[in-house]
Structures are given as C-alpha cells and as structure tokens.
Design a protein around this ligand. Structure first.
Ligand code: CUA
Length: 344
C-alpha cells in the first residue's frame, strides 16, 4: 500500500492517529529540549569564556528560582508523557471480551492464525473493517513479534505464555505484517499481509473458506482424548463458568494468592497443575508438559472458555449440559476418592 516516500506509515486503525499524536508530541519535546540545551551550551561558552590567563571567576549567586521552575516544568512535561502513554497502552492492551478473537502462533518462520470459526491462515490475516479484533499470541519456539505498522501495533509472541493485543481497523486495504524480533536465519522472511475487508465481504470470504474445526471444538476432543473429562466432567473440579472468575489458590510454598482464571492461568494449570492449586484439592493432576503443542493448548483453553454456566458445587451438570457432542454421557471411570480430599 505504501507508495513513494512517506514520513509515517498509513493510518489504518483507530489506534494509529492516537499513537502518531503522542509520537509527534514526544519528538517535539525532545527537539525543543535539544535546541535549548544546544543554544545554552553555545551562549554560556561564549559568555563565560576565559579572557585572561590569570583570570579567576567572580563568585556567582545562583538563581534558585530558575532551577526550581525548570525542574517543575520538566516534571509536568514528563507526567504528561507518562499519562498520555499509559492511556494509549490501556487502549491496546485492555481485555476486549466482545472483540473478534483470533489466535496467533508464531513459529520459525511463519505466522499461523486461526479465526473463531476454525478458519486457518498462514502469513495472512483477513479482518472486517470497523470491528474490534483481539489477538491472542503464543510462540512455539522463540520470541517473535507481531507487527502491523499501519495499525501501530506490535506485540511479542513469547514462548511459555500468552500475550494479547487489540485493534480496530478503519480502512479497507492490504497492509504489511512483519516479525519484529530477530528469531533466526529466516527472520526477515517471516512476513505477511493483513487484509481489511468490509464486514459483508469478510463474511463472504469466511463463507468461502473451508474452516477447520473451531478451536473450542478441537479442545473438546482433546479434553476427552487426554482423559481430562474423567475428573473434570462429572466429579467436582468442574470447569464450567470458571473462565474469568477470581479465586484463591495455594502456591507450592503454601501461601495463598488471589488469581484471575484467564488464559494464562488455565495454560499453567494444564502444564503444571501444582503451581496454583485451589484450596481443598490435592495437586494430583498429572502434568501435560511436553504432551501438548501450543496449538492444542490454545484449543483446550478455548474449550474451557466456552464452558459457560454457574460454577456450583460439583457443577458437573452444567458442563455436560453445555457440551453439544464430544463428551459422552457415560459416567467416568477413574476418579478416585482422593480427588476431593481437603488439604487441611
Ligand atoms: Cu519471527 Cu523474527
């Protein structure tokens, strides 16, 4: 899309102009201060130069008011930078539950993306104009960085955790997508494009693709395949309605902590079940580290996210109730009595 010389990349998201304003402000302040310092150096070097070899400077009375005003002024300017920057940060990083959820996995050397209906893309992302999009990023190997200059967003994909960023495209078109973190020999080839379409066109495009299974559905299958359902299906550690709630957990050192049951928490609990245990339960769940790929983890988390319903005591009914197909009705075979042995 970029033709000829441009000082700024195209502005194609609601975020872009806001970032540019801040950027212009920061550059302006830096330029002004550089100019003041430079002129002061020149002026003072001439004004207070040594005139004779035996010259002793006269004692100076320092004007304290000047120092104070300067310090207060700079403090005010830095506070403006801080609050302005923080406000913009929250715009891009605040959780957006109503946004279109797109999963992104970075791997050497490609971007794998998946839409909520299961449609997959590689190094290409189609999005509707005028809708908030939330990306959840993970990495399968090293740190990558998902960078769309025209949207002014850049977010690292970090192995071992989820990161998120939201944006709202405002202009139909095709925009560059880069990996902005050196990630190995073919880092420079880890590029692609983001295609912003009118919402109807996006729906048409979606209808024309052959969607894979939606992540939550694949997750439901894994949930069964890996035996999660034997404990979490009917017995007490129900996962229905869990997502997004806050709960107290016990850390391995015995301390209690309040955590939010978000993607990161679910991911950690699957990989390392002893890290944050709900009081009253033993950390008996096996670790699934090394058994699940990032993609499968995302699917499992998406499935758990999809389990709505009240989290009652043993709220198992709601779990099976919500499930359409993959979880069978048969009662579980394994749960031992130790399952619910309270800690104390
Ligand atoms: Cu991926 Cu650089």
């Amino acid at each position: 899309m970029n033709q000829g010389f441009r000082l700024w990349p195209e502005q194609a998201s609601t975020y872009a102009s806001q970032v540019d304003m801040l950027m212009i402000f920061l550059t302006g302040v830096s330029a002004a201060i550089t100019l003041v310092v430079f002129l002061a150096v020149v002026f003072l070097a001439i004004r207070y130069r040594r005139r004779r070899a035996d010259e002793r400077p006269a004692p100076l009375k320092e004007p304290h008011w000047f120092e104070n005003v300067f310090a207060a002024g700079m403090f005010a300017v830095f506070m403006v930078m801080f609050f302005w920057g923080a406000r913009l940060y929250f715009v891009a990083y605040k959780d957006a539950p109503d946004a279109l959820d797109i999963h992104v996995i970075g791997k050497q050397w490609m971007w794998k993306l998946q839409h909520p209906d299961g449609t997959r893309e590689i190094n290409e992302l189609h999005v509707p104009r005028g809708q908030r999009i939330q990306l959840t990023l993970a990495s399968q190997d090293v740190i990558h960085s998902f960078f769309i200059p025209a949207f002014r967003i850049k977010q690292d994909a970090v192995p071992g955790r989820y990161t998120k960023i939201t944006f709202e495209p405002t202009k139909v078109g095709e925009y560059h997508l880069f990996c902005a973190e050196y990630c190995g020999a073919q880092h420079s080839g880890m590029i692609g494009s983001v295609i912003v379409m009118e919402p109807e066109k996006y729906q048409e495009w979606l209808a024309g693709t052959v969607p894979d299974r939606p992540p939550a559905e694949s997750g439901a299958k894994l949930f069964q395949q890996y035996g999660c359902v034997t404990c979490h299906g009917v017995q007490a550690p129900s996962l229905a309605g869990l997502f997004g709630t806050e709960r107290d957990v016990v850390l391995p050192n015995g301390r209690q902590q309040r955590v939010k049951a978000d993607e990161a928490y679910l991911r950690e609990s699957i990989l390392d079940s002893g890290a944050k245990v709900v009081p009253g339960y033993q950390p008996i769940m096996p670790s699934f580290r090394g058994q699940l790929s990032e993609e499968q983890l995302i699917q499992l988390v998406a499935y758990i996210k999809s389990l709505k319903g009240a989290m009652g005591p043993g709220g198992a009914g709601s779990l099976t109730g919500q499930m359409q197909s993959p979880v069978p009705d048969k009662s579980p075979t394994a749960p031992g009595p130790s399952q619910q042995t309270p800690r104390d």
